[in-house]
Write a protein that binds this ligand. Structure first.
Ligand code: BT5
Length: 311
């Protein structure tokens, strides 16, 4: 692939992305919306979905003023250094598969763009070594087309939000040590470190050179679209409706499972104020984590933050 490396703090080269993109619809032509700055690409995409819920629209920005993580947390960035994207989707399959598709797309795109092996920490983090380089946020809504009396069911819309720390260094992110971020880090991290640089990294830091955001976005969207369209196709088959899964979804689950660094490790799962400790034994095809508590009991975990205790 030949995409010019954009200088940090410069806006995205959207033309380069469109020239290189080999997708069928995702991000093609008017399906690519670029805003130099926005509150949150996910919030913007959700508002758009109410007016024009066509799938495949991709929102890109150079900086968010109110970037969102899960559970009301913040996602911070530095202007012109990150991939901040949201894709509007109308999945016919359960949205839990989107988290698998997105994490795998990030891992593959990172390998193709800068030859770094990233891994996945359940449920939604992409790591290089032990540090977070990307996060995924999926938000869903039922959008009515027509009226309920006309018999129109709500259409599920999912916004797939991805944030990747690409260039610059984490220490330079202005909000990285803000009380809000630090507070959530202290709560999340069993080690209790209070700064983002203790748990996060950028691709440039890891590979020692500036990385093309345009190339990364291009690779990522191609992977997301390929897996998404395969699942959409199979979701229309009676087999999927009867079983809630298909050969394709099983294959995606297997690929996702094979990239999870969480499995087999002693972990701590924080759910609000509750912390569960044990061994991450397995993930099921619903994407849930099966945790063997130290008491021997096996519990199914549907949400939370995983920490790897040190020492
Ligand atoms: C996530 O949440 O990891 C989901 C992040 C999704 C961000 C994208 S950017 C485009 C789209 N539009 C949005 O508004 N959001 C999406 P969570 O697992 O809850 O992680 C949030 C936590 O990660 C925060 O509480 C911080 O501790 C930490 N954090 C914040 N910014 C970070 C960054 N740039 N890199 C690594 N960690 C960060």
């Amino acid at each position: 692939m030949h995409v010019n490396v954009s200088s940090r703090r410069k806006g995205l080269d959207v033309t380069a992305i469109q020239r290189q993109l080999k997708t069928r619809t995702f991000g093609i032509g008017k399906n690519l919306l670029y805003l130099p700055t926005v509150d949150s690409t996910n919030s913007f995409a959700m508002k758009l979905a109410w007016e024009q819920p066509e799938e495949g629209v991709v929102i890109l920005t150079d900086s968010q003023t109110a970037g969102k993580g899960r559970l009301g947390r913040r996602w911070v960035d530095m202007y012109g250094c990150n991939v901040l994207s949201s894709t509007l989707l109308r999945p016919l399959f359960p949205p839990r598969f989107l988290i698998m598709i997105a994490s795998l797309a990030i891992v593959d795109a990172v390998a193709e763009t800068c030859e770094i092996s990233a891994t996945i920490k359940w449920p939604n983090d992409v790591l290089v070594g032990n540090r977070k380089v990307a996060g995924v946020l999926i938000e869903t809504s039922h959008i009515l087309r027509g009226t309920v009396d006309q018999g129109h069911a709500g259409q599920l819309v999912a916004i797939l939000g991805i944030g990747v720390n690409v260039n610059g260094s984490i220490q330079d992110i202005p909000d990285g040590t803000s009380p809000m971020i630090s507070q959530s880090l202290v709560r999340q991290s069993p080690g209790g470190q209070g700064s983002l640089s203790a748990i996060a990294t950028t691709l440039e830091t890891e590979c020692g050179r500036e990385v093309s955001r345009e190339a990364l976005i291009t690779h990522m969207l191609q992977h997301i679209e390929a897996d998404y369209l395969t699942l959409q196709h199979e979701a229309r088959e009676p087999f999927f409706a009867a079983n809630g899964c298909s050969p394709a979804s099983h294959a995606i689950w297997e690929r996702w499972r094979s990239q999870l660094t969480t499995l087999g490790r002693t972990i701590q799962v924080r759910q609000g104020d509750i912390v569960l400790s044990g061994v991450a034994e397995e993930v099921n095809e619903n994407g849930e984590l099966l945790l063997r508590l130290h008491s021997g009991e096996l519990v199914t975990i549907t949400w939370g933050d995983v920490g790897y205790p040190t020492g």
